[in-house]
Design a protein around this ligand. Structure first.
Ligand SMILES: Cc1cc2nc3c(=O)[nH]c(=O)nc-3n(C[C@H](O)[C@H](O)[C@H](O)COP(=O)(O)OP(=O)(O)OC[C@H]3O[C@@H](n4cnc5c(N)ncnc54)[C@H](O)[C@@H]3O)c2cc1C
Ligand SMILES: *[C@@H]1O[C@H](CO)[C@@H](O)[C@H](O)[C@H]1NC(C)=O
Ligand SMILES: *[C@@H]1O[C@H](CO)[C@@H](O)[C@H](O)[C@H]1NC(C)=O
Ligand SMILES: *[C@@H]1O[C@H](CO)[C@@H](O)[C@H](O)[C@H]1NC(C)=O
Length: 630
């Protein structure tokens, strides 16, 4: 068989036959990759239907003076660009290190988080207590390097966390922090929201519509989603909206999608307004430094590069807004002389302002090694997958309009004194070739490695995710190559004893799933993976060992530029202004002091909405006149 006549057609245009089409498919595992490659080659040939944007890479800026410069076109950056450029007299520059988003990344069933070209591909430093059996003893951290940032590679799940998480950011000694109590943030969540599920929308206290970010459940439901939902139900969890401040629920999640297509903040906020004359978007542009005058400690410009070593300046009349995420913000700030003095000194960087940038790093954490097998799944045929791709391109429906079992998750409060859920049981389907599978003793890596779209699965990885881990780490510059090397990430996952104990407690509950009538009836069984060197250990000690060896970082990094009122333990104030520096704000997940009990993409959009409101208030005499971007 050849792939020539089975490639998807797009917008009526036949996709040209390219390369490889006569290559026999020997390894079904190569399928997804090959299809992705073909599709992406073809999209270059036929033009990207989604994006009318053209590459801006080689252009020089005719006028390099702007009112606002946004550093990083990710989750928060795209929201800010849209809101600020809604004020016609403001010139806004958005600089993004990655390239344009491509529609190939927007097929829900295709796991882009494994697609290296659009990732920063960072890793944690080795230590003796976590990620021990992961490659080179470190955990991968996968954040997006593409316009849209991590919303192009994330799981799209729309969760906000609990009221108590935000209320905990409030510090009674600092009046300004009152603004960050949950009750005062709801309007900013709702500002972006366009909720497409009527039962959810009915709760108008929490939800709204009319915003740019459409959120909705996937329509595609398969048998095992029902089985797992019912099994969690049997264990006492109710099917509820987790975004309505409930402590426990089994959830049929809502996702950032429109017409069954990924809706990144680029797709939702930026694409519709790319034509604005006062907005300049540069992709492939990596910011290397923020230029700060030493006397006034005021920001003047940023330096950015299309090519290594060729720095260009762009000047900001009003403010520079840092939105490069919790890891890359640290790199940019340290290179600019803002950071812990002792650390900067080691690298001969003159400190402009001594601030704890990079400390207080936190990530949510889980472990691999816990998987359930589903035996009666028929092998997926080549032709079915190709037909499903066609279906998706033609009508945005079918198998690929789904993230499979990942649509279901369960939030559980383990301890009475917790102020909300402690863990989320995240389910992730994977199709493991039957010849490997029959051996049962497959490695954790094989159990986790996607070779087919995630909506086909005969294995369910069950990840108990610690939503509010206690362990903290730090991010530093690469000692050997501060400017171009990967930053050093001492994540310290599972360093605190409480974290490992909670994780092991949560595994007990996951195992109870196997005893439910539902899972038994469906013949879903424990999958004995190769857990060397933990295979000989029994009970709690075994799970302790597994969690330390097969740790998984959730890639939801926060805290490195946390907000607070003192420059000793925070980087920005409650209006997100960098302590002691004029005209520099940080507006993304890095300002969160602690995690919220859920994902962080919706909270990050909220932060950007709130910051836009502050900026417009601070810089415009006549308020609200143009602030109606929606
Ligand atoms: C695999 C994965 C799955 C996830 N799943 C979910 C989920 O289902 N639900 C959820 O709520 N959250 C999820 N998250 C988390 C969430 O998506 C991100 O943490 C959040 O969106 C981060 O937003 P941000 O604006 O802080 O950073 P980002 O969105 O990462 O944006 C930073 C941007 O800055 C750019 N940049 C960096 N350095 C520079 C530089 N020097 N110059 C120019 N540009 C630069 C980057 O390329 C990027 O585009 C997931 C994350 C990952 C990685
Ligand atoms: C810092 O400067 C000193 C003195 O000039 C030099 O010896 C040292 O190698 C430099 N260190 C780095 C990391 O560049
Ligand atoms: C969804 O996408 C398909 C395929 O491009 C298109 O035919 C259909 O009109 C779209 N539906 C909506 C509601 O936009
Ligand atoms: C599982 O595989 C590992 C090597 O991958 C091997 O050392 C171990 O003995 C196997 N265990 C069983 C029960 O087959």
């Amino acid at each position: 068989m050849t792939l020539t006549n089975i490639l998807p057609t797009r917008g009526g245009a036949r996709v040209p036959a390219v390369g490889h089409q006569h290559a026999p498919i020997s390894d079904p595992g190569m399928y997804l990759l090959r299809i992705l490659v073909l599709i992406s080659i073809s999209s270059r040939a036929t033009g990207d239907l989604f994006s009318k944007a053209t590459k801006s890479r080689s252009d020089d800026l005719h006028n390099s003076v702007f009112d606002f410069i946004i550093v990083g076109g990710g989750t928060a950056g795209c929201v800010l660009a849209s809101r600020l450029s809604a004020v016609p007299e403001w010139r806004v520059l958005l600089l993004e290190s990655g390239d344009e988003e491509n529609i190939d990344y927007d097929i829900p069933g295709v796991p882009t988080k494994d697609y290296r070209p659009i990732l920063w591909n960072y890793k944690t430093e080795r230590n003796a207590f976590s990620c021990i059996s992961r490659p080179s003893g470190s955990c991968e951290i996968k954040t997006g390097k593409v316009l849209g940032g991590s919303t192009v590679v994330n799981n799209m799940k729309y969760t906000r966390g609990s009221k108590s998480d935000y209320d905990g950011w409030h510090n009674s000694a600092a009046a300004a922090s009152l603004d960050w109590k949950f009750g005062n943030l709801l309007e900013f969540f709702k500002a972006s929201e366009d909720n497409g599920d009527y039962d959810v929308l009915m709760n108008s206290h929490y939800h709204g519509r009319g915003g740019e970010m459409h959120v909705q459940r996937f329509k595609h439901v398969d048998r095992y989603m029902e089985v797992f939902t019912a099994a969690f139900g049997e264990m006492g969890l109710k099917n509820l909206d987790i975004n309505a401040n409930v402590p426990e629920a089994v959830v049929n999640n809502q996702f950032a999608i429109a017409n069954n297509t990924r809706l990144s903040t680029n797709n939702a906020f930026l694409k519709p307004i790319r034509h604005r004359k006062n907005l300049v978007v540069k992709t492939g542009a990596t910011v290397t430094k923020i230029v700060i005058s030493k006397q006034e400690k005021s920001v003047e410009a940023v330096l950015y590069e299309y090519e290594k070593g060729k720095e260009r300046p762009a000047y900001a009349k009003r403010e520079v807004l840092l939105t490069a995420g919790a890891i890359n913000n640290v790199k940019i700030l340290h290179l600019s002389g803002i950071g812990p003095k002792a650390e900067l000194k080691k690298l001969n960087i003159t400190t402009i302002h001594d601030l704890p940038v990079g400390l207080n790093y936190q990530d949510q954490v889980t472990t691999g090694g816990l998987a359930f097998s589903i035996n009666d799944v028929a092998p997926v045929s080549e032709s079915q997958i190709i037909a499903d791709f066609k279906t998706w391109f033609q009508s945005r429906s079918g198998h690929l309009a789904s993230v499979g079992i990942g649509q279901v998750s369960a939030f559980v409060q383990l301890y009475e004194n917790s102020k909300g859920p402690d863990v989320e049981y995240v389910l992730e389907g994977n199709f493991v070739r039957s010849d490997k599978f029959l051996l049962t003793n497959i490695s954790v890596a094989v159990a986790e490695e996607h070779s087919l779209p995630i909506s086909y699965y005969n294995l369910v990885n069950v990840y108990p995710v610690l939503l509010r881990p206690k362990s903290k780490g730090k991010v530093l510059l690469n000692k050997r190559n501060p400017k171009y090397g990967r930053p050093t990430i001492q994540a310290n996952l599972l360093k605190e004893n409480e974290d490992i104990e909670t994780l092991v407690d949560s595994i007990d509950i996951a195992l109870q799933l196997l005893d439910t009538k539902e899972l038994k009836k469906a013949e879903i069984k424990f999958a004995p993976l190769d857990l060397f060197p933990c295979d000989r250990i029994k009970n709690r000690d075994q799970w302790n060992c597994i969690a330390r060896h097969f740790t998984k970082a959730m890639s939801n990094p926060i805290g490195t530029c946390r907000m607070g009122d003192s420059k000793e333990d925070s980087v920005v104030d409650y209006e997100l202004r960098v302590h002691g520096i004029e005209r520099l704000r940080i507006v993304d997940a890095s300002v969160m002091p602690t995690h919220v009990r859920g994902g962080i993409f919706a909270p990050t959009m909220m932060i950007a909405e709130k910051a836009s409101r502050m900026l417009i208030k601070d810089w415009r005499e006549s308020k609200n006149q143009f602030y109606n971007g929606r």
